[in-house]
Design a protein around this ligand. Structure first.
Ligand code: URA
Length: 427
C-alpha cells in the first residue's frame, strides 16, 4: 500500500477501506508518513468528505492509537457528556454532581482551555488544592466511593488525534464534519463510557455557526456512537450568547456553586437540568420527564451541592469553597466596567469575541504553554434582548496587573450590536 494512492483515491471522491484508513493513521502516528502527505490526505477529506462507514472506521482507528479506559469494574451504566466548546460553559461542574447524586456514575475526563473556549480542568484547578491528575487507582476508587471523579485527559489518550489535530490547525482543515466528529468521538470511545450526551453548540461563540452545520455534526457524532454499539443523544444549544453570566475560571466556579444552590442564571440552570436528565435517561433511571423531575429535585434539595462538596474534598480541594466561595477562590476586586455608548436593545453578541476578550485579561491560553490567571474574567451584566441606556454598564471586567484591558474593551465594543427593536428570543 502507498500513501500516494490513498490520497489520490480520496482526492477523486473514492470510499476508503479500513485497511487504507489504518495505513494512513497508524503510519502517521509512527512517523512513517510525513506531515505533507497527511496534510494532503486531510485536505482531500475536507473537500470530498467521508461517508458514515468511513467516519466510524476513522474514529475506531484513532481511538485504538492509544490507551482505552476500561470502566467495567464500576457498577452501573456509565454515561459521559461532551460539549463541543463554548464561552462560559461550566456545565460539567453542575451536571456531574446532579447525575452522580442520582446514582449515575461519573468517571469523567475533561479538557483544558484552548482558543476562545474555556476548559473544565482549568476551572476546577482554580479551587485551591484541587487535583485534576489522579492515579488510575484513585480515579476508580473515587467513582466507586462517591460516584464521581473528574480528571484531565491521560497522556496516551488518542495520540493520533493530538498529532492530527495539530496538523489540521496548521493546514485549515479543522472545520470538516467527519474530522471534527471522529476527533471528538475517538476520545469519547477511548474514555470507555456506555453512552454519551453530546452538547453541540450553535452560534457566534461555537465552532458551528449555523443550525444546519450543527445538526450535521450532531448526526455524524450520534451515527458514530451507534455504529460502535453506544447510546447517544445530541442536544443543540445556543452559543449566540455566553452561557450564564460569568466567563473566567474562579468566576465560573462561583457561578456553578450558585447554580447548585438554586440561584444560578436561568439559561444555564435550564441547560444543566436538561443535560442531566438526558444522562439519567440514557442510564435507564426513567423517562426523560421523570429524570428531569429528579434532576430538579437534586438541585432543590441540595443533594447535588453536597455531591460537589464531596467531589472537591476527595480530589484534595478545600470543601469550604461551597460555603465561602468568594473567600476561598482566587478573586480580584480590581474591576473595570464596559459601558453602553447608546440606548437600545442588545440584538447580537459576537460570543467568540467575548471569549477572546476574556483571554486578553488572562483567563485563557494562546498556546498550550501559557499560564492562566484564575482571578480574571468577565461578568456579563446585559444579555441578548436586554435594554440598555447609554452610560449603563453592560459587562464588568475582573482584571489583574497583566491584563490587556484596552484590547479586551475594544473587542467587547465590536461584539455588541444594538437596535430599537427587541430581538426574538432563541431557546
Ligand atoms: N474538539 C475536538 O476535540 N476536535 C475537533 O476537531 C474540534 C473540537
Amino acid at each position: 500500500m502507498r500513501a500516494y494512492d490513498i490520497i489520490l483515491k480520496k482526492r477523486n471522491g473514492g470510499k476508503l477501506s479500513k485497511e487504507e484508513i489504518e495505513f494512513m493513521v497508524n503510519g502517521y502516528v509512527k512517523g512513517e508518513i510525513p506531515d505533507y502527505q497527511m496534510a494532503a490526505f486531510l485536505m482531500a477529506i475536507y473537500f470530498r468528505h467521508m461517508d458514515p462507514e468511513e467516519r466510524a472506521i476513522l474514529t475506531e482507528v484513532m481511538a485504538d492509537s492509544g490507551d482505552r479506559i476500561d470502566l467495567s469494574s464500576i457498577p452501573g451504566i456509565k454515561i459521559d457528556k461532551h460539549s463541543t466548546g463554548g464561552v462560559g460553559d461550566k456545565t460539567t461542574l453542575v451536571v456531574g454532581p446532579i447525575v452522580a447524586s442520582l446514582g449515575v456514575p461519573v468517571a469523567k475526563m475533561s479538557g483544558r482551555a484552548l482558543g476562545h473556549t474555556g476548559g473544565t480542568i482549568d476551572k476546577l484547578e482554580s479551587i485551591p488544592g484541587f487535583r485534576t491528575s489522579l492515579s488510575e487507582e484513585e480515579f476508580f476508587e473515587n467513582v466507586r466511593k462517591i460516584g464521581i471523579a473528574i480528571v484531565g485527559q491521560t497522556a496516551n489518550l488518542v495520540p493520533a488525534d493530538k498529532k492530527i489535530y495539530a496538523l489540521r490547525d496548521a493546514t485549515a482543515t479543522v472545520d470538516e464534519v467527519s474530522l471534527i466528529a471522529s476527533s471528538i468521538m475517538s476520545k469519547k470511545l477511548a474514555g470507555g463510557a456506555d453512552g454519551y450526551v453530546l452538547d453541540v453548540k450553535v452560534g457566534s461563540g461555537a465552532f458551528m455557526k449555523t443550525l444546519e452545520q450543527a445538526t450535521e455534526l450532531a448526526e455524524a457524532m450520534v451515527g458514530i456512537a451507534k455504529a460502535h454499539g453506544k447510546k447517544a443523544v445530541a442536544v443543540l444549544t445556543n452559543m449566540d450568547v455566553p452561557l450564564g453570566k460569568m466567563v473566567g475560571n474562579s468566576l465560573e466556579v462561583l457561578e456553578a456553586i450558585e447554580t447548585l444552590k438554586g440561584r444560578g442564571p436561568e439559561d444555564f440552570t435550564e441547560l444543566c437540568l436538561n443535560l442531566a436528565a438526558w444522562m439519567c435517561h440514557l442510564a435507564e433511571k426513567g423517562s426523560f420527564e421523570e429524570c428531569l423531575a429528579m434532576a430538579k429535585e437534586a438541585l432543590e434539595s441540595g443533594k447535588a451541592l453536597e455531591k460537589f462538596r464531596q467531589l472537591v474534598e476527595y480530589q484534595g480541594g478545600n470543601p469550604e469553597v461551597v460555603d465561602r466561595p468568594t473567600e476561598i477562590l482566587p478573586m480580584t476586586d480590581k474591576t473595570v466596567d464596559f459601558i453602553a455608548t447608546q440606548d437600545g436593545y442588545i440584538t447580537a453578541i459576537d460570543t467568540e469575541k467575548i471569549g477572546i476578550a476574556s483571554n486578553y485579561l488572562g483567563a485563557g491560553r494562546k498556546t498550550k504553554e501559557d499560564t492562566i490567571d484564575y482571578r480574571v474574567g468577565i461578568e456579563i451584566l446585559k444579555k441578548l434582548g436586554d435594554y440598555t441606556k447609554k452610560g449603563e454598564p453592560i459587562a464588568k471586567l475582573y482584571i489583574s496587573e497583566k491584563s490587556d484591558v484596552e484590547s479586551a474593551l475594544k473587542l467587547l465594543s465590536e461584539s455588541y450590536k444594538f437596535s430599537d427593536k427587541k430581538p426574538e428570543h432563541k431557546p
